[in-house]
Design a protein around this ligand. Structure first.
Ligand SMILES: Cc1cc2nc3c(=O)[nH]c(=O)nc-3n(C[C@H](O)[C@H](O)[C@H](O)COP(=O)(O)OP(=O)(O)OC[C@H]3O[C@@H](n4cnc5c(N)ncnc54)[C@H](O)[C@@H]3O)c2cc1C
Length: 475
């Protein structure tokens, strides 16, 4: 693909454009299994620069792929047809913190943890916090509707979006939403951008809600011999009206992996549940924790520990925080792939789904961990396989087919928080053929030349193995 590099250098400065092969290679993949080379990397610093880049891309029909940290797990930022990677990380200013309105205005490249570091001295926090918060950007979180460990109480990114500035495919700048907590003043177009994975416009500024940090947080941990018991305890905690501010699951595979990677010495039981309550009244927090403890015991939960102390809570949570990164240490010679990684199931199906995932994996010769923000119905899995063997990729495809058929049959969703991108498009398209024509109409209306992150979600290829290269050497 031909790109006018000199023109781009004139827009953003020569130090902010690269077509160096090493840079292109780095930007050819994200946290997924996919790999495809872009043609250029461009790093805008202002809204006007983004507008000019979009006008150039639209007139030359050049694909534009917005990128935050590239921590997306499904190939969202992998440029199938090449084109420009619009690296948003230089637009990383926190523009305004307004405690009196409980909102912040940020540029899209602000990293989640940096925002929370700035808010903390004011006694405030931005709750959605995915496990990747150390690197993930607010723009990427909006475009993926990210959620996290505290979403069971505080909700997902969409619940914090008040308004945003978006540059459209033709370079026009639009102000969506409001500065108020709610509005009923026309279409909620800011909501349309949430979860749009860079296919409808470029977020260049976001106005997000924030919350006061509660005075007390208590984290508790319970061990279970059986995964099924842990799953049932989670469902019961939610349906009994408890109010956890965190309710996480780790299965034995995850426990073994974090023990190996971090030397934590956790008991290698069937499953662990981590449950937290928070609030401004200690007695109320105690009350919630005791209610959840009782439910855990009803399902044979044991070795229950709890702590209000920050250092101890951080230690108790450390295995769960680094679980994803630890999984590739589970067994010599295997890699951890993000195929089938964040399905959502109804609350009543957590135990059944967890067991089913293990059963499908074992029958198809791959290893799958089961963990995640299960209190919100999010079940994380990873398919762990020997990437050098072609047969293992075929095994993975069988798992994906069978697993998503099951998930959809119980009323679950393909992706609860990471998005569809490339990897999850085939099962999602199979389940949601009803809305694909509507989504294509919206896409055509906003991006008639199909320059914004083409070939993703509804337009992703059914066979991504053929459409992109794998990051791994097979055979
Ligand atoms: C170790 C690890 C743990 C994770 N844990 C979680 C978790 O707990 N919860 C969760 O939800 N996710 C999690 N993720 C997935 C990922 O971190 C999130 O999807 C995150 O929101 C992506 O942010 P990013 O800045 O890396 O975006 P990228 O990966 O760079 O991009 C994601 C999507 O957003 C689009 N985009 C980026 N910036 C913009 C912009 N300014 N305007 C328009 N579109 C844009 C991109 O085109 C792409 O489609 C995890 C990933 C890893 C690697």
């Amino acid at each position: 693909m031909k790109i006018d590099i000199e023109k781009l250098k004139k827009i953003v400065g020569k130090e902010n454009v690269s077509d160096d092969i090493a840079d292109l290679y780095v930007y050819a993949s994200d946290a997924s299994v996919h790999h495809a080379m872009p043609t250029a990397i461009v790093r805008p610093q202002t809204i006007e620069q983004v507008q000019k880049i979009m006008r150039y891309a639209n007139s030359s029909k050049t694909p534009i792929i917005a990128r935050g940290a590239g921590s997306g797990t499904s190939g969202h930022t992998v440029p199938i047809d090449g084109g420009i990677i619009l690296d948003m990380k230089k637009m990383n200013r926190i523009l305004d913190i307004r405690p009196e309105d409980m909102l912040v205005k940020v540029e899209p490249g602000v990293v989640d943890d940096d925002l929370n570091r700035a808010l903390k001295p004011m006694g405030l926090f931005y709750p959605p916090a995915p496990a990747s918060s150390r690197i993930a950007t607010i723009g990427g979180e909006i475009a993926a509707n990210a959620s996290g460990v505290r979403s069971v109480k505080y909700g997902a990114t969409r619940d914090y979006v008040y308004g945003m500035k978006v540059v459209l495919a033709n370079g026009d700048l639009v102000n969506l939403g409001s500065n108020t907590r709610v509005h009923s003043s026309g279409y909620q177009l800011e909501r349309l951008i949430v979860g749009s994975e860079g296919t409808l416009g470029i977020v260049v500024e976001a106005t997000m809600g924030i919350r006061p940090i509660p005075k007390f947080r208590c984290l508790a941990v319970a061990n279970f011999d059986k995964l099924e018991d842990a799953g049932n305890a989670i469902s019961d905690i939610i349906s009994s009206g408890c109010e956890p501010s965190m309710l996480e699951l780790m299965d034995k595979i995850g426990i073994v992996a974090v023990n190996k990677a971090m030397n934590l010495g956790l008991k290698e039981v069937g499953a662990i549940i981590l449950f937290e309550a928070d609030g401004n009244v200690k007695e109320a927090v105690d009350f919630e924790i005791e209610k959840m403890k009782k439910i855990c015991k009803k399902y044979n939960g044991k070795d229950i520990k709890k702590s209000y102390d920050l250092a101890e809570r951080t230690k108790l949570f450390s295995g769960r925080k680094k679980l994803f990164a630890s999984l590739s240490r589970y067994k010599e010679g295997i890699i951890c792939t993000d195929l089938a990684d964040d399905m959502g199931v109804p609350n009543s199906k957590i135990a059944e789904a967890a067991e089913k995932i293990h059963e499908i994996a074992e029958r198809n010769n791959v290893i799958m961990a089961v963990y995640g923000h299960c209190g919100s119905g999010v079940i994380h899995t990873k398919i762990m396989l020997d990437s050098k063997k072609k047969s293992q990729w075929e095994d993975a495809e069988k798992v994906i087919d069978e697993l998503y058929d099951y998930i959809h049959s119980v009323g679950g969703v393909t992706s609860a928080e990471h998005g569809i991108g490339l990897s999850k498009a085939p099962p999602w398209k199979k389940a949601r053929s009803d809305i694909i024509p509507v989504m294509r109409k919206v896409k055509r209306a906003l991006d008639p030349n199909n320059i914004l992150n083409p070939h993703k979600i509804m337009d992703a290829p059914d066979n991504w193995v053929q459409a992109t290269n794998l990051r791994y050497k097979v055979g």
